[in-house]
Design a binder for this molecule. Structure first.
Ligand code: HEM
Ligand code: HEM
Length: 285
């Protein structure tokens, strides 16, 4: 399937947007569950949060922030191109601008996160990890990527990447929701990552006490509820498009979509339940 995507930069951007969208959605499913564990008291929650402080997870977090930034900025650029189609005639400079904005935001963010995890006060020492063993693999990755991108055939024609449904029905409102929720998520998801990673020492300070203090104010509960509803809604509608592209057999498609809806509904309900009912533990620390 990947072979068809070489050629026009739009196909690479489209593929990256899809891979980052699916990746963020899968992370979100796990993340709502780990947040819900706060309902089981400080011991369990603090043990789970220690994972977020682990150096290997922190490398993953640097990548995750990059994925959210890329997906968000590129998502916004899709909306801008739809509003001003004349810009497609100057697509390459436009794309250079999108990548420029992404790097402008991502490079300082990644630098802050890496400096936090290298800091001597970090709860885990990065020096103790057996990273040396994986170095040959990392080096092999670059030639492999180069061979892959050179050997993939070019796609002869470009389909219109995100077609706007003509008739006013479910597809049209879904399409509209993806755009409005995307714009709201720029503020909500970027703001969330800013608070969790870039200020006051980042993830190092996240524990039961930190979350309990935030949940003491209705503002942060409402913020998280909006983030939960919009990210899950946007992610589910996006995943629906992805599944419909790859699963064609009618029964298998129905099954795949129902699994997506059922799993997402259960996780959404769990996340909302915690936000509505959380009470701090008497000995919470
Ligand atoms: C940060 C702000 C975000 C913006 C501006 C944004 C924007 C967009 C846009 C414009 C699309 C194309 C919609 C279409 O298919 O017609 C899209 C697709 C998608 N988004 Fe987002 N999004 C954002 C955040 C998220 C988040 C947090 C998730 C995951 C929970 C996500 C998951 C997806 C998925 C899975 C797709 C489908 C990709 C595809 O069809 O190739 N997005 N997004
Ligand atoms: C590794 C990066 C992240 C960290 C360290 C992190 C941390 C946290 C923490 C500590 C909470 C608890 C509530 C609070 O204090 O507000 C939380 C809740 C939440 N986060 Fe994140 N977050 C990360 C990434 C994300 C991303 C990328 C998204 C969305 C796309 C997201 C969506 C949410 C939602 C919806 C909740 C509320 C869950 C609920 O209780 O229902 N987070 N996050």
């Amino acid at each position: 399937m990947f072979w068809t995507y070489r050629g026009d930069p739009r196909m690479w951007v489209w593929l990256t947007h899809r891979v980052t969208g699916v990746g963020i959605f899968l992370f979100l499913l796990v993340h709502v569950i780990d947040t819900a564990l706060i309902g089981w008291g400080p011991d369990l929650y603090n043990r789970i949060m220690a994972l977020y402080h682990h150096p290997l997870f922190r490398v993953g977090e640097v990548l995750l922030v990059g994925m959210v930034l890329f997906h968000g900025i590129n998502g916004l650029s899709i909306i801008v191109l739809e509003l001003f189609p004349a810009l497609t005639l100057r697509y390459r400079p436009f794309l250079a601008g999108v990548i420029g904005i992404f790097l402008l935001l991502y490079l300082p963010s990644a630098a802050i996160m890496i400096s936090q995890m290298m800091s001597p006060s970090a709860s885990h020492s990065f020096q103790n990890l057996p990273l040396k063993d994986s170095r040959p693999w990392l080096i092999a990755l670059f030639p492999a990527l180069a061979v892959f991108s050179l050997s993939a055939p070019t796609l002869p024609t470009l389909p219109y990447l995100y077609p706007r449904p003509v008739e006013k029905g479910m597809e049209f409102y879904g399409w509209l929701f993806m755009r409005f929720s995307g714009i709201a998520l720029i503020f909500l998801a970027f703001g969330h990552l800013w608070i969790m990673h870039l200020v006051d020492g980042g993830v190092e300070r996240i524990n039961y006490q930190f979350v309990a203090e935030r949940f003491a104010t209705p503002f942060w509960r409402t913020y998280d509820l909006l983030l939960l509803l919009l990210a899950m809604g946007h992610g589910v509608w996006g995943m629906r498009s992805v599944l419909m592209d790859y699963v064609h057999h009618p029964i298998r498609r129905l099954l795949a979509l129902w699994i997506l809806y059922a799993v997402s509904a259960i996780i959404l309900a769990l996340g909302a339940l915690i936000l509505f009912t959380f009470q701090p533990h008497p000995q919470g620390s």
